[in-house]
Design a protein around this ligand. Structure first.
Ligand SMILES: CC(C)(COP(=O)(O)OP(=O)(O)OC[C@H]1O[C@@H](n2cnc3c(N)ncnc32)[C@H](O)[C@@H]1OP(=O)(O)O)[C@@H](O)C(=O)NCCC(=O)NCCS
Length: 171
């Protein structure tokens, strides 16, 4: 297994794996498959340079990815939103999701960011377990955060400091 930042050349493999995830676990993503497939190739590839994209490979086959987007304006440059994170169904449970998340946290820490946030479906026990294990704290619960295939879903809002700060000291 190797881990590396994705480039525009990885766009077709990324789109295919992301589509697989949307079919397998629609509630784990924000976009619908139709919305993902409607993004023009050029824009999809350009997006890879606009945010941190890390992939994990076996024999050059993309098996998982994580995306993290840094805040775009000066007052949000210290933080990034992480997601989506996906590991191909056949490769889950072998440490790849943890390795992808750790690589994203290490890269963002190295870039000087102070914290990261994400939202996760509260019923997604695998992802919630992983995030808690990696030091994320839940700071809110958003009812009817998204509606997936006509069903209301509740998200947890999670945050993790990258600089060792005690974000909830005195709370
Ligand atoms: C969440 C996901 C990325 C985890 O990737 P993975 O490669 O299967 O996970 P790992 O093997 O690295 O396991 C990491 C940790 O996740 C947790 N975990 C993984 N699978 C789990 C399960 N079925 N139940 C409970 N916890 C689980 C555990 O804490 C595990 O640590 P451990 O092995 O030391 O106990 C993967 O299940 C996935 O792609 N799911 C669908 C998409 C998704 O839910 N993305 C997150 C949306 S916010």
């Amino acid at each position: 297994m190797t881990l590396r930042r994705l480039t525009q050349q990885d766009a077709p493999a990324l789109r295919a794996l992301w589509s697989e995830g949307l079919r397998q676990m629609p509630a784990a993503f924000l976009l619908t498959e139709e919305e993902l497939l409607a993004i023009p190739d050029e824009r999809f590839a350009a997006n890879i340079d606009g945010a941190l994209h890390i992939g994990t490979f076996s024999d050059d086959k993309l098996l998982g990815f994580v995306i993290a987007r840094r805040g775009g304006v000066a007052r949000l440059r210290h933080t990034a939103d992480i997601g989506p994170l996906y590991v191909s169904m056949t490769a889950q449970g072998r440490g790849l999701g943890r390795a992808l998340m750790q690589a994203a946290l290490d890269t963002l820490t190295g870039q000087g960011l102070k914290q990261v946030e994400l939202t996760v479906d509260e019923a997604n026990t695998a992802a919630v377990g992983l995030y808690k294990d990696l030091g994320f704290t839940s700071f809110g619960r958003r009812p009817r955060s998204v509606i997936v295939n006509g069903i209301d879903r509740t998200d947890l809002l999670m945050i993790r400091a990258l600089d060792g700060a005690e974000l909830f000291a005195g709370a």
